[in-house]
Design a protein around this ligand. Structure first.
Ligand SMILES: [Zn+2]
Length: 416
C-alpha cells in the first residue's frame, strides 16, 4: 500500500480504525491493517475526514485588496466599479499568480476541490477565464478546480456577453454561471436565466448562478430559476449562491420558493463572511445578518453548502481560504451551535459542497478517492474551535501539505 493512516477517528465511529490507500483509492478501512505501507501517518485517535470543498470563490479578483483604492461607500456597486479598473488591465499571468496564491493557501487549509468563478464580460473579455484555466492546469496535481464562466456584468446589461460565455465554455470552462437579479428588469432576469440554460444544454454543463444577492424582497429570480430547472430536467445540476432576498420575503412566499428549490434539487450556497459585511447596509434596526434562510432551507431538506466567495478583493478585505473558518462563521450567523448542528456546518463545507460539485468517490469508505485530512483535533467541535489547518493533507494517497503549530507559555505564572 502507498499509505496507511493508523488509528484514525472517522466521524460517527466509536473506535479508531486504519485507512489504507493504494493507487489513489481507499482500499481498506479496518481496525488494524497488517503489514507496512510506503508511508504511514499515526493519527493517534485524532479526527480524519474527507477534504474540505469550497463551492464558490472568485479567484480572478482575489488579492486585489493589496493594490485597490478604498471602497468608500462600502456598497456592492462601488466594489463592482473598482473591479472594472482592474479588469481592463488584467493579464492572464497576473490572474494565475493571484489565483495560485489563494489555491496554495486553500490546500494548506485542507480544501482539495474548489469551484472558481471567472468574470466573463466585455470589460475584461476572456482574460479571467484563460487565467483560471491556466491555474487549473498548473495546480491540478494539488487541487480539483471547476471553472465557472460567470457574467458578472449581466448578460442583457452587457451586450456581447452571451457570445463571450459560449467562447468561455468552448475554451474549457466547466460550469455556466449566471447573475439574473443584476439585470435591469424582472423580464430581463428571466431572459438571463433562459440564456444560461440554453448554453448549459449546448455543453451538457452544470449551472451555478448568483441569485438575489440583495436585501430587496422584490428580487425574485430564485423562484424562476427553480421552475426553469424543473422544466429543463436539470434537477440536481443547479446551484444558487447568496439568495439574500429569500430572507426578506414574507413567510408564505418564502415557504413556496423553498418548496420549489427542494423539488428542483438546487443546492443553495451561502457565504457568511461576505454576506455579513455587504448585506443589511441600509437597515436601521434590526440589522440583518445578510445570509439566506439557512436553517429553514436545511429543515426543508435542501442541500445547503457554504463557500468563501472572496479573498482580499473589492468586496471583502480578509479571507484565509479556510473552509473551516467559513464553517465557524456559518455556525455563528445561522445560529447553528447545538452539538448536531456543528456536524451540519461541517457537512456544509464537505459532503454538501461535494454533492453540489458532484464529486465522484468522495468519502472515507472502500472505493472512495484517497483524499483525506488528518486534523489536529479529536472532534468536529474541537477542530472548529481550534481553527488549525489539518496536520496532514492527503491527495491521491500522497501528502501534499503538512502543518505543525507550536505554542508555549515561556513565562511561569510567578514571573513579573
Ligand atoms: Zn461571489
Amino acid at each position: 500500500m502507498d499509505l496507511i493512516v493508523r488509528q484514525a477517528r472517522r466521524r460517527g465511529d466509536t473506535a479508531p480504525c486504519d485507512i489504507g490507500v493504494e493507487g489513489g483509492t481507499i482500499v481498506a478501512v479496518e481496525p488494524g491493517i497488517a503489514g507496512r505501507a510506503a508511508r504511514e501517518i499515526d493519527a493517534s485517535g485524532r479526527l480524519v475526514t474527507p477534504p474540505l470543498v469550497n463551492p464558490h470563490v472568485h479567484l480572478d479578483k482575489a488579492r486585489l485588496g493589496e493594490v485597490m483604492r478604498p471602497n468608500a461607500s462600502q456598497t456592492l456597486q462601488e466594489a463592482i466599479a473598482i473591479t472594472w479598473d482592474f479588469k481592463r488591465a488584467y493579464t492572464e499571468t497576473g490572474v494565475v499568480e493571484r489565483a495560485g496564491a489563494v489555491l496554495e493557501m486553500a490546500v494548506r487549509e485542507g480544501t482539495l476541490a474548489v469551484r472558481a468563478f471567472a468574470d466573463v464580460d466585455t470589460v475584461g473579455g476572456l482574460r479571467p477565464v484563460r487565467g483560471l484555466l491556466a491555474a487549473r492546469a498548473r495546480y491540478g496535481r494539488l487541487v480539483r478546480m471547476d471553472v465557472v464562466a460567470f457574467p458578472q456584468e449581466g448578460i442583457l446589461r452587457d451586450p456581447g456577453t452571451e457570445a463571450l460565455l459560449r467562447e468561455a465554455m468552448a475554451l474549457g470552462a466547466d460550469v455556466v454561471g449566471g447573475l439574473p437579479w443584476y439585470e435591469l428588469t424582472d423580464e430581463d432576469a428571466r431572459r438571463h436565466v433562459d440564456i444560461v440554460f440554453d448554453i448549459a444544454r449546448e455543453r451538457n454543463a452544470d449551472v451555478h448562478m448568483l441569485v438575489d444577492d440583495t436585501d430587496d424582497a422584490n428580487s425574485r429570480s430564485l423562484e424562476y430559476l427553480a421552475v426553469k430547472t424543473l422544466r429543463e430536467g436539470y434537477a440536481g445540476r443547479v446551484s444558487a449562491s447568496h439568495c439574500g432576498a429569500l430572507a426578506a420575503y414574507n413567510a408564505s412566499y418564502a415557504a413556496k420558493v423553498i418548496g420549489l428549490v427542494r423539488e428542483a434539487g438546487i443546492t443553495i450556497v451561502s457565504n457568511p463572511h461576505i454576506s455579513l459585511v455587504l448585506a443589511g447596509r441600509r437597515d436601521v434596526e434590526p440589522v440583518r445578518r445578510g445570509i439566506t434562510r439557512v436553517r429553514e432551507l436545511l429543515r426543508a431538506g435542501v442541500n445547503v453548502a457554504s463557500g468563501q466567495d472572496d479573498v482580499d478583493d473589492p468586496y471583502y478585505p480578509f479571507g484565509r481560504a479556510s473552509q473551516l473558518e467559513v464553517a465557524l462563521f456559518m455556525a455563528h450567523t445561522a445560529h447553528l451551535t447545538y452539538p448536531d448542528e456543528l456536524d451540519t456546518v461541517f457537512d456544509m463545507v464537505t459532503t454538501n459542497a461535494a454533492r453540489a460539485l458532484r464529486l465522484p468517490r468522495y468519502g472515507l469508505e472502500r472505493g472512495d478517492a484517497g483524499d483525506l485530512l488528518v486534523w489536529d483535533a479529536s472532534s468536529i467541535k474541537e477542530a472548529l474551535t481550534r481553527q488549525r489547518p489539518p496536520a496532514h493533507v492527503v491527495r491521491g494517497g500522497a501528502v501534499v501539505a503538512r502543518t505543525t503549530v507550536t505554542s508555549e507559555l515561556v513565562a511561569g505564572i510567578g514571573d513579573p
